[in-house]
Each structure stands twice: as C-alpha cells, then as structure tokens.
Design a protein around this ligand. Structure first.
Ligand SMILES: [Zn+2]
Length: 68
C-alpha cells in the first residue's frame, strides 16, 4: 500500500516503523528522523489497520535484511 507522508517521503506504508502506544493503539511512525509523524491508521478500518501494522512488524522483525 503506497502512501505519501507530510514530509514528502513516499513509499509503502508497511515500511513505516510499528509502534504500540501507551494507550494500546497501534501506530506507524515515519522512518524519517526529521519527521517522525505518527499515523494511527484511523483512516483504515480496524481490521485493515491491524493487517497493515502486522505486516510492518513482520518486515521489522523478519530476516536480518538491512533496511535500505
Ligand atoms: Zn514523514
């Protein structure tokens, strides 16, 4: 799923950094240090946002592939 961040970064939303907030909400953080925008995926249905978040986690933890 492609998306464009406020900072102008474009890419797959699943490549964002998955973060679990203290309110037990899953959000995806922009990997750009200067941006760090948090997307709470509220624009997706709960089911869809869980899927996207789960995929982002899998990409983070899966393999030892260096993030390019
Ligand atoms: Zn950004």
């Amino acid at each position: 799923m492609r998306e464009v961040c406020f900072c102008g970064r474009s890419g797959e939303i699943e490549d964002r950094e998955p973060v679990l907030t203290d309110k037990a909400r899953w959000v995806l953080r922009c990997p750009s240090e200067a941006c760090g925008h948090l997307d709470d995926l509220s624009w997706l249905s709960e089911e869809a946002s869980l899927l996207v978040w789960g995929e982002a986690r899998r990409r983070r933890e899966g393999c030892s592939r260096e993030a390019a």
